[in-house]
Design a protein around this ligand. Sequence first.
Ligand SMILES: *Cc1c(COP(=O)(O)O)cnc(C)c1O
Length: 408
Amino acid sequence: MSKSPYIPFNLPEIGEEEITAVVETMRSGWLTTGARTAAFETNFQAYTGAKYALALNSCTAALHVALVALGIGPGDEVITTPLTFCSTVHAIVHTGASPVLADVDDAGNLDPESVAARITPRTKALLPVHLAGLPCRMDELWELARRHRLFVVEDAAHAVGTHYRRHHLGAEGASQSDAVAYSFYATKNLTTGEGGMVTTNREELFLRMKCLALHGINRDAWNRYAEKGSWFYQVLEPGFKYNLSDLQSAIGLQQLRKIERFTERRRELAGRYQRAFSAIPELECPPEASEGRHAWHLYILRLRVDQLRIGRDAFLVELRERGIGISVHFIPVPLHPVYQDLGVSYPCPRAIAMYERMFSLPLYPAMTDEQVERVIFAVSEIVREHRVSVGAVVATAQASAAALASGQ
Ligand SMILES: *Cc1c(COP(=O)(O)O)cnc(C)c1O
């Protein structure tokens, strides 16, 4: 339909700085976890205000190692959201614990009331996900955790740059969570290609995660090297291989310098979408952060399907035909066959209903104003072509009135 070039759903923001940093690392003679990873951890810790930061090779690894280090395992239950990526649930499954799903609130985040209803004597932790970068209702979740003596591990895969109240997630003195897990996957707000980070304010938890993340060895190769060739180390437990390489940390260090600029651009673009779509009654805009700062990792728009003659799936086909990349975040956990087999099929009617009418539009710092306008134009046009028109509503009403009058 459109002759304009395709607008991809997502593009990473990689500059010459990242490229130079990787080349320098390759020439340095040290590729794996070393000085650059240590610097990335220090800078990330300073950025978020958390006491400790541990760089890992994914958010999935960060969630898993945090749960294991907290002692969560077989017989335990961990409550999480149905509107998340599968790996949130897998991190729980791989500890041997059982994932339990609670339903979402209107914002698409874990609903504290639904969480409260799913707490049992076996519940050990809450695993909220800050969907799209919108902070969860942490005060209410922390209150539940305090009352029931539960750990809190946050999935902040979308939430580098998110503020809850006036602080970054996991900030010392403001956060009551045990650990916060970030993703630096290729599509995320800050990327190292693949990568992750876990922050905590608890020293013993940090040391346990650090040990578990590198085979359960008490000192990593970089520390031994820095101590000028000491070869001795001990394996304390069967750990994992979750460390981040210096090649990736070199990218992360550069991305971190730009993250506030990226976030500002995301907020600006999301603001354009919000202004345009809030004027269209057939569309329901994503909520703004009422307490804190939305990192706008995703722009999730919802259709008022009762006011349209077109469903979500057909709407997405039309967007694709107009050259707009789209995605859906997320297919709710209970709809995947594997979790039905695992018995993870808690009723989540609000998540399912939201899923059926939502989709994500392109949103990334490299998008031009012109591209955003094209997306807005395409969405508006599809709505216009498929709205249940006033005329149609009147005709339907007249027809039913006539049917009533004629006794049918
Ligand atoms: C991307 C994502 C993850 C997984 O992150 P990785 O770094 O790829 O392991 C986990 N949870 C959510 C909500 C995500 O979007």
